[in-house]
Design a protein around this ligand. Structure first.
Ligand code: FES
Length: 613
């Protein structure tokens, strides 16, 4: 096969490669491990894989739909759409570190402060060695200890007259770390919540229980796919896919560790415990385990139970720490859901409680103290602005809230000119357009003459009638940061319907499984960043969550992260998490008869009397 010369530039990096004709440009860039977002996994729907090509190339139909005229003028193409058939000069844009609006706070509750690890100091002054058979006996005099051979090898190196040793022990007396001198006042831990979109780390003092800092980053794995399914595809299909994804998330975690230790002036060597929650795919990728079995029916994980290892085995920059990964519930329902259940104490509720964590993969749990059932449903990236024409994450420049008075009103994150719309803004917008009758319950944007007379002239003017489906102007070109109009397309509404339909299907099937109706739910917890930022009234209006009283809905913030903190600060909570994972039923939706029917029924927007008033 013929080869072609490809020059790739990204910042200071310049590489030349000779590739076979027919190679997809995105594959070449990814195989070279050059960071470039491709959040739809290369299906031509997200528009994130834009690169500049110096040579003149025609745009295919997908590119025509996704790229703006301004981008085309500048020579942008979608790397996933280019099959190389001639020599090219490619410029890969520098990634801007996005300051995502990450939910770090959560509800809090009482718990027994009983850290999993503890330190004991053993003085070595004038040991009555003659009375002992060995130094091991001397060290074990206080309690029964369990050393590894490697640790025993360190003992003679560390022992110095007068200084003594400090041992860090797990609840069974297993030595996790040993060091010279008395360092019992230096015992710290870090709790991580690894989400598909963001990673949050909390630094805690394990002597006092005090939180010393919190830091978050985007999960840069998102450049290889926005949701868990596209990341699984990347892991399976790409050379070193699992390794690349593992390395990426560990780099992010190490950045968080650096930020936390620098700000609190703590030596990372004194961080000795680390708990982690995340969905099943994130957990597999962190551990460097292929998530292949999760990606294929019946979607079973390689590992479901809790897992302990040393941080150095993962190249985490907390070299002396023990890492404890909480157990998964089954399938895609991971330890982050265990964290939510721990944080909200759903397992003690007498009355029916529903917890929903909405992300690219939605997880939901329903039940009482006697029975809890959990499932997950793939919502896709629409709630994070993915596959939405002018969608974007909840970062500066995103329209985060929308409401309608005589005309459309909105708020922009960071109070700047708007660049696009994020998930919470999209939910508001569609709910408001449904309320005033510009969108009908099937999701269709009506023509101007079809809208109710009450709709103002200003709003009607925003409707652009098109044969391919109408559009609604959210921001006029002169008011946007890009100089181009920000619009809501008919396709955007379809994407939102698919996403909200997937979440509601999960909830509906859980209700069916328990034989209950929405009005029987006594409490609804909305967890996670998106759940905390959306307007719950509008979420009900579009049929994302059940129609239950507002006073029964509570946003609980990053409850998954709080669950990780609980497991760090209390061995009782860690054990509870393990117990919950063995008791909670996992409901595998892919095996449910009638899933498609419920999903199709969930796509339309609710037409209840209440909303038609
Ligand atoms: S459009 Fe190319 S990866 Fe999504």
């Amino acid at each position: 096969m013929a080869t072609r010369t490809i020059f790739i530039e990204k910042g200071e990096t310049r590489i030349t490669r000779y590739v076979e004709t027919g190679t997809r440009l995105l594959d070449l860039i990814q195989n070279e491990e050059i960071p470039l977002p491709a959040t739809c996994g290369g299906t031509g729907r997200c528009g994130t894989c834009k690169v500049k090509i110096k040579e003149s190339l025609p745009w295919n139909r997908t590119e025509e739909q996704v790229l703006t005229s301004g981008e085309k003028r500048e020579g942008y193409h979608l790397a996933c759409q280019i099959l190389i058939d001639k020599g090219l000069h490619i410029e890969v844009p520098q990634l801007q570190e996005e300051k995502l609006q990450v939910m770090e706070n959560s509800v809090e509750r009482d718990f027994d402060f009983l850290p999993f690890l503890r330190k004991i100091y053993i003085p070595m002054q004038n040991p009555e060695v003659s009375d002992l058979h060995s130094i091991y006996d001397y060290l074990s005099d206080v309690e029964k200890l369990e050393f590894t051979l490697e640790q025993l090898r360190q003992v003679p190196v560390l022992i110095r007259e007068k200084e003594g040793l400090t041992l860090t022990l797990d609840p069974n007396g297993k030595v996790i770390h040993l060091e010279r001198g008395d360092t019992t006042d230096q015992l710290f831990g870090i709790a991580f919540d690894i989400g598909s979109t963001s990673v949050v780390g909390y630094l805690l003092d394990l002597n006092s229980g005090k939180e010393l800092g919190v830091a978050s980053r985007l999960n840069r794995q998102a450049q290889y796919g926005a949701d868990v399914l596209s990341r699984i595809s990347y892991a399976i299909e790409k050379k070193n896919g699992v390794k690349v994804l593992q390395k990426t998330v560990i780099e992010v975690m190490n950045e968080i560790i650096s930020e936390l230790t620098e700000k609190s002036e703590i030596d990372a060597k004194n961080i000795l415990d680390c708990t982690i929650v995340g969905n099943s795919t994130m957990q597999h990728l962190l551990l460097g385990i292929s998530p292949k079995s999760l990606g294929q029916a019946p979607h079973i994980p390689v590992i479901q139970q809790e897992f302990m290892l040393f941080a150095r085995e993962l190249d985490l920059n907390i070299p002396n720490a023990l890492v404890r990964v909480l157990p998964n519930l089954g399938g895609f329902v991971g330890s982050d859901t265990v964290g939510v259940i721990l944080a909200t104490k759903m397992y003690e509720q007498e009355q029916l409680t529903l917890a929903v964590d909405i992300g690219t993969n939605g997880e939901m749990v329903l039940g009482t103290k006697d029975r809890l059932v959990a499932c997950s449903s793939p919502a896709g990236p629409a709630f994070e602005g993915g596959q939405i024409r002018h969608g974007m994450r909840a970062i500066e420049g995103a329209i985060g809230n929308v409401w309608i008075e005589t005309d459309l009103k909105y708020e922009v994150i960071g109070n700047t000119k708007p660049k696009g719309i994020c998930g919470s803004g999209l939910v508001d917008l569609v709910a408001e357009l449904l309320r005033i009758g510009i969108i009908d319950p099937s999701g269709r944007i009506k023509n101007k003459q079809e809208v109710p007379p009450i709709v103002s002239f200003f709003l009607k003017k925003r409707i652009i009638e098109k044969e391919t489906g109408n559009e609604f102007i959210i921001v006029e070109p002169e008011k946007s940061a890009t100089g181009e109009a920000i619009t809501l397309t008919q396709q955007d509404i379809r994407e939102l319907q698919l996403a909200k339909g997937a979440i509601y299907t999960g909830i509906q099937l859980l209700m069916n499984q328990l034989g209950i109706a929405p009005e029987q739910i006594n409490q609804l917890y909305l967890a996670g960043g998106f759940g905390s930022y959306i307007d719950s009234y509008n979420a009900k209006r579009i049929g994302l969550i059940p129609q239950i009283d507002e006073n029964k809905i509570k946003t609980v913030g990053n409850a998954a992260g709080y669950g990780a903190k609980l497991a760090l600060l209390s061995k009782v909570e860690w054990q509870k998490g393990i117990q919950l994972a063995s008791e909670i039923e996992h409901y595998n939706l892919s095996e449910v008869n009638g899933y498609e029917r419920v999903f199709v029924e969930s796509l339309d927007f609710p037409k209840t009397e209440r909303w038609l008033k």
